[in-house]
Design a protein around this ligand. Structure first.
Ligand SMILES: Cc1cc2nc3c(=O)[nH]c(=O)nc-3n(C[C@H](O)[C@H](O)[C@H](O)COP(=O)(O)OP(=O)(O)OC[C@H]3O[C@@H](n4cnc5c(N)ncnc54)[C@H](O)[C@@H]3O)c2cc1C
Length: 317
């Protein structure tokens, strides 16, 4: 491994690199262009995405064989790799696992930990939002940095099919685990990938009931999208928790976001303001969601959604 490299931890699902990890790779390439350092992609466990990492711009790929994600083991692996090459920076996607690993690795290698980076300045500092998206700050680590990249901010790097990079197998001895996962209890609902969705139809308290919320499901299905929700809709049990968008939910950046009966509280908007095109339906013309919407529809969701659904169905047939 090249000394002082910029490492990027790539999370994969079914052998595919998740979108936010590709964005972290893009951020790493931008940092490399400023610093002249090498971008080394790190795959832990499934290494089948090595070619893809090279095509998206990694100069080197390191693979470490390991089992399923386990915070203790993966922390040890990333820590060892950072130490082996005296990494100048480790980048990860701002996912649940990415944020968990970032804090642990940063502490072990004595690096500054910068979470939810949204931009990189010409001087190599990171821009991130604070106070639920109401302010932005620019921060730089003194010395080494561990940075998580927020979904929808850096974009995917250009893919160059056929581009290759050397792939190295590394081994890391991991200590005996202090915690063992005995059983993983899965939610009975389907798994949902809001972060990679191109279309999200989200419902809030304004939908009124679980029954009414079915309209959100119908529109999402018609548009080939995924259902999102504000926190009250989750708390009222209309949709499972893994659909929550916002500060304490998922940070999303689809091409199209349709907000139905959502007021636009800062904690919700901070999770979806990176969307490409925002349509908001709200009966209150002063609702703050209209401040971030590209198209605002003032009206009752129970009138507007059935009309939209019928119109789409009619056009399709
Ligand atoms: C620390 C913290 C973290 C939080 N994290 C999150 C988070 O991750 N995600 C999140 O969403 N919230 C989060 N919240 C909660 C957040 O502050 C808001 O309370 C929440 O987003 C409001 O949800 P809402 O817009 O669905 O409900 P409301 O604010 O109650 O708004 C409902 C909207 O629906 C409209 N409406 C009502 N009936 C209709 C109708 N029939 N047709 C059309 N419009 C209608 C109303 O005009 C209103 O604008 C957090 C809060 C805190 C303190």
């Amino acid at each position: 491994m090249e000394k002082q490299a910029i490492l990027v931890y790539l999370e994969t699902v079914d052998g595919q690199i998740v979108k936010v990890s590709l964005e972290a790779l893009n951020a790493a390439c931008k940092l490399a262009a400023q610093t002249g350092k090498t971008v080394t992609a790190v795959l832990v466990g499934d290494g089948s995405a090595a070619d893809s990492a090279a095509a998206y711009g990694a100069a080197q790929v390191v693979h470490v064989a390991a089992g399923e994600y386990q915070a203790e083991t993966y922390t040890e692996i990333l820590t060892a790799l950072c130490q082996r090459c005296d990494a100048s920076c480790l980048l990860l996607g701002s996912t649940r696992d990415g944020k968990e690993l970032a804090a642990r690795v940063a502490m072990r290698i004595g690096a500054g930990c910068i979470t939810d980076a949204m931009g990189l300045t010409d001087e190599g500092a990171w821009v991130r939002s604070v106070y639920g998206g109401s302010l932005q700050e620019t921060v730089a680590a003194v010395g080494k940095a561990v940075v998580t990249v927020r979904s929808g901010t850096f974009g995917k790097p250009e893919e160059e099919v056929g581009r290759t990079a050397p792939v190295t197998e590394e081994t890391v001895e991991t200590a005996e685990l202090r915690a063992v996962i005995k059983e993983a209890v899965k939610e009975l609902s389907e798994s949902v990938n809001l972060e990679d969705a191109e279309v999200i139809v989200a419902g809030g308290r304004g939908m009124g009931s679980a029954e009414n919320f079915q309209l959100v499901h119908q529109l999402a299905e018609l548009l080939g999208g995924v259902v999102g929700a504000s926190r009250p809709a989750i708390e009222d049990g209309w949709v499972p928790r893994n659909h929550q968008v916002g500060q304490s939910g998922k940070i999303v950046a689809p091409k199209l976001y349709i907000a139905c009966g959502i007021s636009g509280a800062m904690q919700h908007v901070s999770g979806m303001s990176g969307s490409g095109y925002i349509v908001a339906i709200n009966k209150d013309e002063d609702a703050p969601i209209f401040d971030v919407a590209d198209v605002g529809i003032v009206g009752n969701v129970m009138d507007i959604l059935p009309l939209m659904i019928e119109e789409i169905k009619a056009r399709r047939s």
